[in-house]
Design a protein around this ligand. Sequence first.
Ligand SMILES: [Zn+2]
Length: 388
Amino acid sequence: MELIPDAVPSTLRKINIRGTLELLKLHGECSRADLTRMLGVSAPTMSKLLDKLLQDKFIEEFTVDPVGKGRPSKMYRLAEKSVFIAGVVIDIIECRAVCAGLDGKFRPSGVINFSTPGTYGEMLNLIAGYVKESAAGHSGSCLGVGVSVPGLINSHGHIELSPNIPMLNGRNIHNDLRKMLDCKVCVVQEEYGMCMAERQFGSSASCPDFVLVDISSGMGMGVFCGNRYVHGSHGFGGELGHITVKPDGPLCSCGNYGCLEMLAGDKAIAGKLSEKLGREVKCRDLIRVVREEGLDVSAELEEAIYYLSIGIANVINLFNPSRVVIHGSMFDLDKESFSRLKRTVKRRALPPAFATCAIQRSKLIKIHGAIAAICAGIFESTGPQIDR
Ligand SMILES: [Zn+2]
């Protein structure tokens, strides 16, 4: 039986195209018969859907040898060799880029790092250059680019405020990159990207209510509530790092005093360590410097845990998530520190909300967010997704 039989044919076709892609994402490699059965369409309809997806290069067909006698059978998967997608993370000091298949698997060339350029124009040129060079080097064209940025992006794609990378303020990376590249571009706020990555590649795939807290450079938060991301009225929600937790605390880049991100997280500890040593310690080098030089940062870590627990407890009380996923490396300073954070949060959060919430560390990195963003953008462009 066809899905939604009363829908107009073009809508139904789009729903079925999207449904076929979602099935391949969920199950990996599938036969035509499997897809026909799982989608609930006729064999001729599935043939047309697969032809269209092959033509658009969203999927690949390959053959597998039979176990016993018989002919090799055709199988289908999301495109991983014939085309690629690119993910780019724009960050304070260093940016990262990677190429992947539409299944999200990174290409063997791996993640490359480059210093964050001094001007916006250089940044665009580097991203466009990376995509073009990758297209020249890979056997195939680029289906799309996902870009993850720190800062507030409004619903029209303009970056309203990026306190840590001011050259992005007022820019529209989506529009500017589209002029330079002949492919789809998706630009997302970094925590939104990380949340999408947790749902696509991480532990929160079937979790309708979860919160991601990113403490890796500054502090941000992404919230999924009832299977929907909480953007806020204009896309500026989730700025956990700029809630005041110590009114007479240090001056923040946002202009306020005592913001959470000044007191907790990798950047806060790296900042205090820099003061102590009289030289700059970057977030990415925090763990290495502490280990190599045998430094004692237990006081700084305890203070960070104290303030972070206030933030996490408030998040649990406000949103009642079933999971809080934390992305950052400060807990690598002391293997017991994450347990201490959980115990401190337990003392501060309301017991019923805490009892139904798991607090865990993310296994993903930011570049997964950029890849998840473009994967989602390409999938959404094919048609609406329906619950099955
Ligand atoms: Zn602030």
